[in-house]
Write a protein that binds this ligand. Sequence first.
Ligand SMILES: [Zn+2]
Length: 92
Amino acid sequence: MSRRKAAAARARRRGPAPSPAEQVEKRDGTWWVRFITGSTSTKPYRCPGCDQTIPPATPHLVVWPTEPSSFLIADPLEERRHWHRACWDRRS
Ligand SMILES: [Zn+2]
């Protein structure tokens, strides 16, 4: 294998950028959903689905609307919420 091919193979194994967000359609709109492994989360979050705490370092989802719910909100990321994966999947 040429040196260049070996480098390309290494790049493929590294895979895509970490945790890209994906768009998900729900009854009340379109949301960005990003899975996070929890390795970077250092504080607990409250899941809006079950009203239980997501402890630090727990893999979970970060969800935010593609469109802000109010013109007062400049950045939809301000509306992001942390969900258990199962709770988000149950949401219609
Ligand atoms: Zn939950």
